[in-house]
Design a protein around this ligand. Sequence first.
Ligand code: DGY
Length: 327
Amino acid sequence: MAANIYVTRRIPQAGLDQLHAACGEFDMNPDDRVLSHAALIEAVRGREGVLCLLTDTVDEAVLAAAGPRCRVFANFAVGFDNIDVAAATRRGILVTNTPGVLTETTADLAWALLFAVARRTVEGDRHFRSGHWDGWAPMQFLGHDVYGSTLGVVGAGRIGTAVALRSVGFRTRVLYANPEPNAELDAIGGRRVSLDELLRESDFVTLHVPLDDSTRHLIGAHELALMKPTACLINTARGPIVDEAALVVALRDGQISGAGLDVYENEPAPAPGLTALDNVVCLPHLGSATLATRSRMAVMAADNLIAALHGERPPNVVNPEALDARA
Ligand code: DGY
């Protein structure tokens, strides 16, 4: 099948091989960097399928440029808040994502951040490398115990559940805030509570909700003020779920003890003042960043794109109703 496909940035080879086997030649952004919005519009013009990334803003202008022959935007991410799904649906363009394959890898990273913040490992590493360490000291870099603490999981979907299940070995008490009960979490003694109760009670609050209008700034000044002064906030979901300016104030004023962030409100830029703080660990959006997981995501995104071009329902379509708009 020869199709007019565009890949907005290099992804792991396994996905490119899959596309090549099914569709022959295709075009790809030759540079390993995000396309500007104007360049994205030009690159997708007249394409039948686009494999895009969470760093591509796929809005009305991009979808219009892709035009009536376009069947699919296959996102290389589980989150798809970068795409105007409603606009895609109106145009009969399918949107797909990559759920499941990155769950465990992202859950691992949430715990890596939690430990880094709780036990001040990044601060310690910086201090050691600075050459100023003059030996063990009783009051140096005192952190918080993870074992036996209370973990608050906001959003008990795939990743939130995987994070919570890892807590068993650390004997943490699990609280979770979710619209529905979660049987797996209930089975390990997890308790479903309101967001306010979770914020008041937890030693570690970890965010696992998708970004949409209902979760933008879910954690703002009011919510941060509910947290214990000894508590830490972990965000591996999406930056705009947290009001980052309010977080800087809360961290600076000691309203909460620390934060571990993998995502930011205006990526790649941090909020003013964030990186000057010692009680925050900042990672560059690494949640799914292992070769194995990124390769699985690449294959899944390619499979979704190929299915759509075959006129089939892609396995991970987020707007199946676009098929009706096309019929
Ligand atoms: C996603 O998939 O949404 C992550 O943020 C990146 O892998």
